[in-house]
Design a protein around this ligand. Sequence first.
Ligand code: B3K
Ligand code: ZN
Length: 869
Amino acid sequence: PQVIRREDYTAPAFLIETVELVFDLDREATIVASRLSLVANPERGTGAGDMVSLDGEDMKLLSLKVDGVALPADAYEVDTTGLRFKAPSERFVVEIETRISPVNNTRLEGLYVSQSAYCTQCEAEGFRRITYFMDRPDVMATYRVTINAPRESCPVLLSNGNLVSSTDLEDGRHQAVWDDPFPKPCYLFALVAGDLACVEDSFKTMSGRDVALRIFVEHGNEDRCDYAMDSLKRAMKWDEDVYGLEYDLDLFNIVAVSDFNMGAMENKSLNVFNAKYILAKSDTATDTDYELIESIVAHEYFHNWSGNRVTCRDWFQLSLKEGLTVFRDQEFSSDQRSRPVQRINDVQRLRAGQFPEDGGPLAHPVRPDSYIEINNFYTATVYQKGAEVIRMMHTLLGAEGYRKGIDLYFERHDGQAVTCDDFVRAMEDANGVNFDQFRLWYSQAGTPNLVWEGNYDADKKVFCLTIEQKTEPTPGQTLKSDLQMPVKIGLLARDGRELHAQTIDLTQAKQDFLFEDIAEQPVVSFNRDFSAPVNVGTTPSHDDLAFLMGNDTDAFNRWEAGQKYASDLLIAAVRAYDKSGDADAALGNVDAFCDALRATLTNDDLDKAFRAQAMILPGEAMLAEQLRPADPEAIYQVRQALRQKVAIALQDEFEAAYRHNASNDAYSPDATSAGQRALRAVALSYLAATGEGVFIDLALAQYRTADNMTDRMAALTVLNNQDHPGREEALADFESRFANDTVVIDKWFSLQAMSSRTDTLEQIKKLMEHPAFTMRNPNKVRALVGTFAMANQRNFHAADGRGYAFYADRLMELDNLNPQVAARLAAPLGKWRKFDEDRASKMKAELKRILAKENLSRDLYEIASKSIA
Ligand code: B3K
Ligand code: ZN
């Protein structure tokens, strides 16, 4: 397969000014007529005689006219990748008719059918599966779209922009015409048609315009849209307040569909969502679901400016819109909820998803240099690390300086397709700073490692902090440069007073920072708020960590100190366990750690959501990252043993927390109530970890009486790992309640796929036969199959290798239907370097088997071949 390189970028030979599309919808054979006005690109100096090259895949060309005249067969070339002919002049009109088959589109890219509705997904390169086009983001045009469809089965006809007209046609068909006045790249095109219910609301913008807001869902789901709608209105207001950005059309539509390759899509004024990120009511959605809905609705809305009004010049610049928009949605959520808890969640996500990527075979810079399949680059690096890069600029420039940069960026580039470099230049120019060194964050892959050392001179009252940075080589990048990063630090006195706090600007490989007038030997709170997205190799003493857990004025670092403390105990214990096989003995005395946790658990000055977070030990995968080779069974056993020790030591406190955080009020998804439920759930899970049967009964009782999904799932999660009749009872009850609810039943699939029980793989195989399961629906595959590899380290890595073989079989099966989703699930097999030789060779054998598959997609080929290298 061909490698696309960033350095090969050239501006398009021709531009497209206007696009007129007419769709005659039919499940088997949809006819798409397109009329494009093309003009030579002055930047390229092209004209008559130059080749016009249009992308196109998986469709039938029915007719082609240039300036009204059908092209003779020898005047154009058409193959499986596109259509080419010579331009007659500098300005001309192309008319194309194609036929496509939405119902046979299992890739869910382009125009496809979900349940009974038609919908589209065009980012990154799906538009070329609808009609021949210059499918690249730097070709921006205005669109007029006509949709013809049967009135009965498709009463709702939607596209981007404003509705121009609706008319009845003959034979029970009807027609809608939509016009989008804002020039856009084709990846933002969308069409939806079907029999959908609609929930309506409105928003008054800061300049007083009324915007109609509509959410379209399957009939019967109308009562599950309130939270998404409320989130949308809060996001619109927040973007006005914080960024001065106002919505620019008179309507904004959201459609929820059940078959979707990812979370959601920001098509201009017609966002299409995976139904799981829209639908929620108290008995079907957990607090986490509500949080995700809020942040994804906001994320897609924010793209209207950061992505749509200003878009990417080419796909290597993807982080221009994604990093920025993730940063914006993270800040939105921080303002809606607890800021420290939000930061903890975001950092956990970065560490769980991005750090392993950056340290593994798929490592790539935030702005990649090459790709085979662009869909493989919608990664944690482009999204989450990209957001951290924006956050660092925010920290370095301050909120005001950052806003000046943002204002300049939108002023300069509105209506354009630009680069990450253009964004950084706006930040520099607005603030009179130089970001030459900082820019390396876009081009250099790998997570920097920081180590620090403090030296206190008691006579001079001077504290010297020495910091060293180093980034390990990544595939294709052996030499690494020193990066610029803001490191927030605090110096604390033994009584908890803050002696000094500062954001330091690290730029060198090794750098000293001097602090004067420091009255006593301080305890260092390093990289507060995770201001630099790095690994910190220095582990303070257990005493200092316990002190920071109880005293740091930075909430993030209070949590971080607990995580470091736990990791340190667990890693040492895993090493000891490998020799002794006795997890309890390997852990030894952990009283001091338990005391520190107790102090946090019972500190009523702390937010409950924070306390709940602080009780959760680092996950098995996180621990595996810090061990080489990682022994998944040892990690599992040792982590369980520490959980039990904590549970027994803090049993009274957990019981009290469980009792005191029961609620008699009706469910409300607000952050405070959610925090209370989270604390109660953590308490229940620890109580069950004591090993006492009464607490399993308590979980079962909670399951039976739960009046909301959060409490129900908390109980079921506990039961899920038990050998107890209550497990079967609760799982069977859940199944019968929600068997027909496609969004909710996925929780049931994924929970079972996550079970630490050793019969889990057999259960998964059985569940694949369940009537609600199908390999054609990405949510189902992710819930049952993806979860197994991503969130069940113990069983996926079972020593006999059956987990790997099962998984590879599923990836190959899926590759024939939906290569994009198959490739997105493939990364776990690429982690073989982290494991012992036996596991590593089994994992590699599966990768080889995948690479030998007939008709292997470009998508899966790219991930599998890079993973094995
Ligand atoms: N921009 C889309 C993601 C498209 C993924 C294509 N493989 C959703 C988002 O990031 O908002
Ligand atoms: Zn996005």
